[in-house]
Design a protein around this ligand. Structure first.
Ligand code: ADP
Ligand code: MG
Length: 694
């Protein structure tokens, strides 16, 4: 190490190359440079130059350089109440239950202070579970106001709803749509979140540059993937997550353990990129980091140490070793200070000692306000420059960057791409084809004869119900699965909920009606339903309307319960009840309960399908000859006074009890179900997403 320090020249580039190449440092120690070392050095140099160029290129449309944001916080406390609830079953027969039911308040973080300046990197370190993520959530305004005390200020002002747009939060979990490629993911983010004044071409250029910067060009066209579908590697996912935040040109970047899952050279490269961004574009960077290497550690400007939700240290990173030495914990010069710090904080006795030492240090300044003032450069820069910008509230006039129509069109395209691979999967296609073949074999050319009426009615009911059943199951999981992504993107004010909801409807509509189309067209003609093109179209439209209505109910259950399993159970019960009341299985309901059938949407679609097929002069059924009907069943032709040669479709409709409402009423009610369920689904989603925020 010493050797390297002595050898360091004044130029920035060479210093950077030195610190980034471990093979180089070994070479320096030995004082001999092999050809490989020289090649290595050249590569590092090229990478460094390239990085600088790329950062420069992203600077073109950057507004953060013009909007530096100082983040300051002091006296921050956060507590949660864990309710000690007993279930009603446990309470039963337990006379002391009242005493045991109560609220426990748990302090997650206590009296935390700190600040981060534009152009600097602040690292937050501490053992796991000490409250680092919680603090980051508080700084990123990702926690409701419940249980939170203290002051958080952006440029000296309270954050507003719209100031969130200046803050990017890179969460520890990488949340993505698994079926989209890296480039698609980033392009959609760019189109949603970059300023609307930027041309689409410039936005896509920004995507290319950010991908190059984070070494993602190689996997640009690979899908992100999930547990079931193999996609990019863990490290690439992590970098894609960071890229999607860097892309949006924020003034403040919060990162939760950005280097976990990356190997040491990638971790170093990433911290360098962040540092360079901070310096060149005046970004404020706050990152939680777990176990940085010594080189990564040295790139930090400020450091904050936490343990058990308390402060252990806040100040210059360079001063921490001396501070710890003053407390009696001297770090050996050959040791990585980051490792040493974690070692100290993982020892209970030392940890307590350090917490008390820090509390003692700030005893005259209990909320840490003065310390924050000491380290914040805001007031000083302000005085020097007399710059009002630095004291202006961080807010934007616009709530969303993309216009409503842009949001809907980008989201529709994205949902279409993501859902296409799920809804139109090969399995689904094979299922539809197999089912169509089975139905064609079973119901091939049903004759227009009395003895086959029940087959005809059965085929109509089955097709109607199946296509009202199938889409509900898919639609039920739609919102619960999108929820995490939705809440992440809504937190960063990417789009309105209504845009998301509308785009979902538009994108999934053509996908969901494709399977019933593929099925119904051949099955209709093969099973010899009324050979009339107009009737065929009407039949198809009703089948598709049934499909879309059942999808609406699926959306509604999913949006209300937001849990795949629960909504699946509820939708199954709903579907089976609707099917039973559809008019095929039960024709005589108990007295007083006849109205209940009008609650079933299947009743309307089934009645409509039957009316299309039977309420026509062409629907004539040849009377059954002797022995054609099952034993004991009399032919309908023999019931009346005059002998008949055929039965009219309308008399069958009447005997089935399906003609109680005219066709247009059936159609209007079915449409009504479809629309009302969709509106209710939207309100449920809105209510739930608001509750999620609290
Ligand atoms: N909403 C919550 N409900 C219950 N416990 C929580 C909640 N948020 C945080 N905690 C607890 O607070 C502590 C700190 O969590 P966290 O900030 O995630 O730690 P870390 O430092 O590892 O990021 C943990 O013990 C965690 O279980
Ligand atoms: Mg964490």
């Amino acid at each position: 190490m010493e050797q390297i320090k002595n050898d360091q020249t004044g130029t920035v580039t060479v210093t950077e190359v030195d610190s980034s190449s471990s093979s180089m440092s070994t070479a320096m120690n030995e004082k001999t440079l092999t050809r490989d070392d020289i090649n290595d050095l050249v590569t590092q140099l090229e990478r460094s130059t390239k990085r600088a160029e790329l950062i420069q290129s992203t600077e073109k449309g950057s507004t953060s350089a013009k909007n530096p944001v100082y983040v300051e916080w002091h006296g921050i406390n956060y507590s949660i109440s864990t309710e000690n609830k007993k279930s009603w079953l446990n309470k039963f027969g337990d006379s002391d239950s009242k005493l045991e039911t109560g609220k426990n308040v748990r302090n997650i973080i206590e009296n935390i202070h700190g600040c981060a300046n534009p152009g600097e990197v602040l690292a937050i370190m501490g053992p796991s579970g000490c409250g680092k993520t919680t603090l980051l959530n508080l700084l990123g305004d990702r926690v409701g106001s419940k249980g939170v005390q203290g002051t958080l200020a952006l440029n000296g002002h309270k954050p507003t709803k719209n100031s969130k747009r200046f803050i990017a939060y890179c969460t520890q979990d990488d949340i993505f749509f698994p079926q989209l490629t890296v480039k698609e993911t980033l392009s959609y983010t760019a189109r949603l979140r970059l300023p609307r004044e930027m041309s689409r071409h410039d936005k896509l250029n920004q995507v290319e540059n950010t991908m190059a910067l984070l070494n993602l060009t190689k996997c640009a066209d690979t899908i992100i993937g999930d547990q079931r579908t193999r996609g990019v590697s863990g490290g690439e996912r992590k970098r894609a997550n960071i890229a999607s935040e860097l892309l949006t040109d924020p003034s403040v970047i919060l990162l939760d353990e950005p280097t976990s899952g990356l190997d040491s050279s990638l971790a170093l490269e990433l911290t360098k990129i962040l540092k360079e961004f901070a310096v060149k574009q005046k970004k404020t960077i706050i990152m939680v980091i777990h176990q940085p290497s010594s080189q990564v550690f040295e790139s930090f400007d400020k450091l904050m140490l936490m343990a058990d939700g308390h402060m252990v240290y806040f100040g210059e990173r360079a001063d921490v070793v001396n501070y710890l030495a003053d407390q009696g914990f001297k770090c050996h010069p050959n040791f990585n200070p980051a490792d040493y710090i974690l070692e100290l904080l993982n020892d209970n006795t030392i940890k307590q000692k350090l917490i008390s030492a820090y509390a003692h240090k700030v005893r005259d300044d209990p909320t840490g306000k003065q310390i924050v003032e000491k380290y914040s450069l805001r007031s000083r820069t302000d005085n020097q420059l007399g710059n009002n910008v630095l004291n202006a509230p961080v807010t934007s006039e616009r709530r969303w960057e993309a216009t409503f129509l842009q949001q809907v069109s980008v989201l529709t395209e994205r949902t279409f791409k993501q859902s296409r691979k799920v809804i139109l999967s090969r399995v689904n296609l094979y299922q539809t084809i197999a089912l169509a073949i089975i139905c064609i074999v079973i119901w091939l050319q049903i004759p227009f004869a009395e003895s086959n009426i029940s087959d005809r009615v059965g085929s109509i009911f089955f097709c109607g119900v199946f296509w009202s059943f199938h889409p509900m199951i898919g639609a039920v999981s739609s919102f619960p699965l999108d929820l995490v992504m939705l809440s992440k993107e809504r937190q960063s004010r990417s789009y309105r909920l209504l845009s998301y909801y509308l785009s979902k409807q538009i994108a999934e509509l053509p996908l969901v009606i494709l399977s019933p189309l593929i099925f119904t067209i051949p099955v209709y003609w093969a099973s010899n339903l009324l050979p009339d093109f107009g009737r065929f179209i009407a039949y198809l439209v009703v089948i598709l309307l049934g499909t879309v209505t059942s999808q609406s109910f699926g959306y509604f259950f999913g949006a209300t319960l937001l849990n795949v399993q629960k909504s699946m159970i509820v939708s199954m019960v709903f579907m089976l009840a609707s099917m039973l009341l559809g008019g095929f299985y039960i024709k005589h309901l108990p007295t007083g309960l006849n109205w209940i059938k009008y609650l079933s949407f299947i009743k309307y679609s089934y009645s409509l399908l039957m009316q299309i097929q039977f309420d026509s002069p062409k629907a004539q059924f040849r009377c059954a000859g002797p022995g054609e009907l099952p034993a004991g069943q009399t032919s309908m032709c023999d019931i009346g006074d005059s002998p008949m040669s055929s039965i009219s479709g309308i008399s069958i409709l009447n005997s089935e009890g399906l003609n109680d409402l005219p066709w247009y009423v059936n159609l209007i009610v079915l449409l009504g179900f479809c629309i009302v369920a969709r509106i209710l689904a939207y309100y449920s989603l809105r209510k739930n997403s608001r509750r999620n925020k609290e």
